[in-house]
Design a protein around this ligand. Sequence first.
Ligand code: ZN
Length: 408
Amino acid sequence: MTTTRLFRNARLATMDPARNGLGIVEKGAVAAEDGRIAYAGPEADLPSSLAVTASEIIDCEGRWITPGLIDCHTHIVHAGNRAHEFELRLNGATYEEIARAGGGILSTVNATRAASEAELVASALPRLDALIAEGVTTIEVKSGYGLDRENEAKMLRAAARLAAERDVSIVRTCLGAHALPPEFAGDKDAYIEDVCRNQLPFVAKEHLADAVDGFCERIAFSPEQIARVFDAARAHGLPVKLHAEQLSNLGGAALAARYGALSADHLEYLDETGVAAMSKSGTVAVLLPGAFYFLKETQKPPVALLRRAGVPIAIATDCNPGSSPLTSLLLTLNMACTLFALTPDETLLGVTRNAAKALGLQREIGTLEAGKRCDLAIWEIDRPAELAYRIGFNPLWRRVRNGQWQSR
Ligand SMILES: [Zn+2]
């Protein structure tokens, strides 16, 4: 039997590209039928068949409804944290001293390798819960701290289990080409060979990931090495994305665009050539103000160039223990406005419609349109900009997943 749930007397920010800006509908209604949006628009135009068959009618009392939020770039599955390293740095230790004390990304790799799949799930759940509490309904989770076949697979399986533990969609990305593991010290090419020959075929065969990512930077891998990873991903039918132009400009975004990447992420050092390449390929620019803030960077991503070229911009937490220990997507909206001068509307599109595109899920989620999954966030706010304006305040009233009303 069909169940219809009707959310009425609401103001909608539909994010529908057929409407202007945030696609606002005053006096709106959303009807959910078997987990899908059957109608989203003016309440006055609601088909009477939907109003009649509704098994439950929820009066939103003028509150705002947006699509459920999407965090399209996270590393929430990892063991341990780097608070000690943070403390050492602020007490004046140099990077070398921190590395000698066992800090840096390898400390997270060692902790993650030592953890069981169940321990990884348990440690990620509080971070996941913090995001869910802010109306997030879809989260991308990367591997990248296992750095061998067995441990990368363990991270991706842990990510999948999060979706069984909580009512949330998890999108998984294999990030084997994140850093050089100690057993390959001094031989990046040999490690890239391991990623291509050993890790990716297994991940593809076991259906452990929806996409493949890499880190293109002098401290990580060269464009040539990343191209080998992308060739392997393509051979297994997996779409790609890339951590690019975060600390320097190696042309990573243009490389990603050549492979039709879903997104290129960070992009502080992106230049005009990279922007043009992304515009041509439809690659989404994912900006990560949490890492910019935490690392006290000064080079900002070229927002004006991205706007002019019509490159879709998304925003994400980049939640990770080393450079962005951030589990608030709402705070990320504020940071994107204050640090990168995005408009509140741009940030809201960046965690809905454009974030969906960064995951290749634009036909499924990200806007309030008939046929899409009925994932909603309902807010106690007077205008959408309030979501980006406040700092450390959560005005979520209710979250809706697959048309199901989530009790608090
Ligand atoms: Zn990242």
